[in-house]
Design a protein around this ligand. Structure first.
Ligand code: GTB
Length: 215
């Protein structure tokens, strides 16, 4: 049976793959698992049928029969644990890959979300111009150690893993900020992820939703 995921019927990013269904699609493509997509409008997100799947009324979700998951990181971990290809088989190496999944969402992403908030929601505040450089510096403070750890390696710990998938998904949110360009090895790391055929398929699938909606 094919799992069903949810995604925005009208993604505000206009198909740039920044909404979090992208990571779930990418993971499913990496492991070769076909899937269905239920497109959800902003109104439907907050209705009981969707709230039963996702208590905060957000995407993405993952359903396999009666089995329902939310939280993109947990969904990607489930896919990686139930299919070959996204986590090493050695127990310690697997745990190290999972470290990077947590790191992406709990250490690297929060200051990046703060930048989105500062730019999108606080742009009209009198103190915004003074605060913005501080918000950007906090991101650089997180990216510096990450860049040092990656060094000249292709991926964070050996072969490409679910840790890289989530990390690249988070770093992609910096597109257009100019910050990633301060760390050329991280910019190249993101480009390497985006060049993967599975990423390309996932990106094309979510872009097709935007194109169909704007016809
Ligand atoms: N922790 C949850 C997870 O990882 O699954 C967070 C899920 C979440 O933030 N979902 C967002 C959502 O459904 C979409 S991804 N928001 C609707 C709401 O809260 O009402 C975040 C997102 C949205 C849009 C862009 N964009 O347009 O660039 C980027 C990221």
């Amino acid at each position: 049976m094919k799992p069903t995921i949810t995604a925005f019927a009208n993604s505000p990013d206009q198909g740039q793959g920044l909404a979090r269904d992208m990571q779930v699609r990418w993971a499913l493509e990496e492991v070769g698992q076909p899937y269905d997509v239920r497109l959800v409008s902003f109104e439907e997100l907050k209705k009981p049928a969707h709230l039963a799947r996702q208590p905060y009324g957000q995407i993405p979700t993952y359903e396999d029969g009666d089995f329902v998951l939310f939280e993109s990181g947990a969904i990607v971990l489930h896919i990686a644990q139930t299919h070959a290809g996204l986590l090493p088989t050695d127990a310690n190496a697997r745990s190290r890959a999972i470290v990077w999944m947590f790191d992406a969402h709990s250490t690297i992403e929060p200051p990046i979300v703060n930048l989105d908030i500062a730019e999108l929601l606080e742009g009209d505040k009198s103190w915004n111009a003074e605060r913005l450089p501080l918000v950007k510096d906090r991101i650089r403070d997180r990216l510096r150690p990450l860049s040092n750890r990656l060094g000249n390696s292709d991926w964070l710990d050996g072969a490409f893993s679910a840790g890289d998938l989530l990390m690249i998904g988070v770093l992609r949110r910096l597109a257009g900020s100019g910050i990633l360009e301060d760390f050329p090895n991280l910019a190249a790391y993101v480009a390497r992820g985006e060049a993967r055929p599975a990423f390309q398929r996932a990106f094309a699938a979510q872009l097709a939703v935007f194109k169909a909606a704007s016809k």
